[in-house]
Design a protein around this ligand. Structure first.
Ligand code: COA
Length: 339
């Protein structure tokens, strides 16, 4: 297996030095949803693979979830908040429109004055952020970057829309990405790919609440401040975007599907994951999933899954992992690393 020449020629590599996650204890089951909208446990399980999601208590915000995931990742990396050189938070459910959730997190962690900013790329946000961090590390700019995916999506879900309200849950996942010297055998990020297509902005959106459609009573009453989704369109595009982004990342790394030990795919819908597996001829046993217990946590989805699969011993140091996501935008991203 060869690293691509693009990666091999840089002096510094980026490796994951710690991973952590946090899920609120309150849960919303399919049975709970049966009492809220016209749906059934069987329908939801069959069409999505989801049985329950976690819900952030009303006393907490996205940065509170991010804090717990970040503390767990820092502990695994054996680093303190003072060691961090930058914080990137991927979220579409920030604490406030202004300032960034990364700044709230920075204050809660008690970091030095360092760069901290949010990335808005919906469910691809965590991998976009990883890919940005990867480039900062390779350029030699920073030593340790905290990358967090954190969401309180249940605050943005329309619980009168049975098609979309069944999908989303809250949670946070975090990784510390650290600088290391180039080596073909050591743990490192091998290739990254981030793309978007603005031709699909209307199929998954929250339309009201910013400059295009400022909040008005009428728009709130029409629930335009909540998630609107064209499910079938999103499904079709998701499969296509995921397939193409995975192939591009594999190509950049000079790898094939067979070279990858584990595929961590955004937990949006089990049927989307199965369709991608079929198209790319990935054995389904190589695609761990926690969607049944967690639902779609947008940018938090991949780092939560990664953290859980490290904890239960599935993911081991030295293995090759491909992570891939898609989301509103449409955005799509993939990262391949040797863990
Ligand atoms: N319970 C029961 N019936 C439901 C339902 C629910 N929760 N939601 C929709 N239905 C109904 C529809 O009204 C429709 O009924 P009709 O045939 O009488 O009109 C029927 O089920 C089929 O609807 P359809 O939208 O075609 O279902 P689907 O198989 O596409 O499944 C989704 C709907 C949302 C599960 C699916 O489209 C999906 O997962 N899309 C991707 C969404 C996603 O991943 N978003 C996040 C991206 S990051």
């Amino acid at each position: 297996m060869n690293l691509s020449s693009e990666i091999a020629r840089t002096a510094f590599q980026a490796r994951i030095s710690g991973v952590g996650s946090y899920l609120p204890t309150i849960t919303l089951t399919n049975s709970d949803l049966e009492r809220m909208v016209d749906t059934s446990n069987e329908w939801i399980l069959e069409r999505t693979g989801i049985q329950k999601r976690h819900v952030c208590p009303s006393s907490e915000t996205t940065s509170d979830l991010a804090l717990r995931a970040a503390q767990a990742a820092l502990s695994k990396a054996q680093l303190s908040p003072q060691d961090l050189d930058a914080i990137i938070v991927a979220t579409v459910t920030p604490d406030q429109p202004l300032p960034s959730t990364a700044c709230f997190l920075q204050a809660k962690l008690g970091c030095r004055q360092i760069m901290a900013f949010d990335v808005v790329a919906a469910c691809s946000g965590f991998l976009y952020s990883m890919n940005i961090a990867h480039d900062f590390i390779r350029a030699g700019t920073y030593r340790h970057i905290l990358v967090v995916g954190a969401e309180t999506l249940t605050r943005m879900v329309n619980y009168q829309d049975r098609q979309s309200c069944i999908l989303f849950g809250d949670g946070a996942g975090a990784v510390v990405i650290s600088k290391t010297q180039s080596s073909e055998s050591s743990s490192c990020i091998m290739s990254s790919q981030s793309v978007s297509s603005g031709a699909f902005t209307d199929i998954l959106q929250v339309s009201a609440g910013a400059s295009r459609f400022p909040v008005t009573i009428e728009r709130l009453e029409a629930r335009q401040n909540l998630i609107e989704m064209q499910g079938r369109e999103v499904f079709k595009s998701a499969v296509q975007f995921l397939r193409d982004t995975c192939l591009e990342a594999l190509n950049k790394a000079g790898l094939t599907v067979e070279d990858v030990d584990w595929f961590l795919i955004h937990q949006a819908n089990l049927r989307i994951i199965e369709a991608v597996a079929k198209q790319l001829k990935i054995p389904i046993e190589k695609i761990p999933s926690n969607i049944r217990e967690v639902g779609n946590t947008s940018s938090a989805s991949i780092p939560i899954l990664m953290s859980e699969k490290i904890e239960d011993g599935t993911l081991q140091r030295g293995q090759v992992i491909l992570m891939a996501a898609f989301g509103a935008g449409l955005t799509s991203a993939a990262t391949i690393l040797r863990y």
